[in-house]
Design a protein around this ligand. Structure first.
Ligand code: URA
Ligand code: SF4
Length: 192
């Protein structure tokens, strides 16, 4: 299975009711060999129209932060826990997330990221249970992974939460800037 094969499957998927409201499915995009994978919640209006993840207002902020640590969007991989837009941007339901999960699992197995950055509590909650984002944001965690037993995760607030709140923005940027050092430590086998 390649990412392209997966994109074709997602484009035709009717496994959960979210397919009914989509203009385009938004499977994800980026490098097949990315070391960093960002995982958000689900497509919004702009994403649904363009078929690309994080291209609206929250996406512009995310892109600026990625560039702020010296990377481009093409260097990383960006995906969501659900690939089709929930109506009126409501939260994805647990059942929808579970139904869509196989696609994300395949993406992770293909890409084999060194670090998974979860954006928002819905994404965090699918990988690690029982955590409060207000307590753990910006702290890397090792937990069971898809392609390796001990995966490094970095839980971050969702960038949309920071859009209109300058204080949140500072918190978000400070958390984000930890990514290069965490990655360096993982590569040195020194991340505990
Ligand atoms: N919010 C998300 O969680 N994902 C997107 O792709 C866009 C906005
Ligand atoms: Fe299929 Fe996922 Fe879209 Fe539901 S959200 S229709 S499971 S691709």
């Amino acid at each position: 299975m390649t990412l392209k094969d997966l994109y074709k499957k997602v484009a035709k998927c009717e496994k959960c009711p979210l397919y009914k409201g989509r203009t385009n499915a938004v499977p994800g995009e980026g490098s097949e060999t990315a070391e960093i994978m960002f995982i958000g919640e689900g497509p919004g209006k702009d994403e649904d129209l363009q078929g690309r993840p994080f291209v609206g207002a929250a996406g512009k902020f995310l892109t600026a932060m990625i560039e702020g640590i010296g990377l481009k969007r093409e260097d990383v991989y960006i995906a969501n826990v659900v690939k089709c837009r929930p109506p009126n941007n409501r939260d994805p339901e647990q059942k929808e997330i579970d139904t869509c999960w196989g696609y994300l699992e395949e993406q992770i197995n293909i890409i084999k990221p060194k670090i998974i950055v979860t954006l928002g509590r819905h994404s965090m909650g699918r990988f690690m249970q029982g955590l409060k984002i207000s307590q753990v944001h910006g702290s890397p965690k090792r937990a069971s992974g898809i392609w390796q037993k001990r995966q490094v995760y970095l839980p971050l607030y969702h960038p949309a939460a920071a859009l209109y709140d300058p204080r949140q923005r500072d918190v978000h940027m400070a958390d984000f800037k930890k990514i290069p050092l965490i990655l360096k430590k993982i590569k040195e086998g020194n991340d505990s």
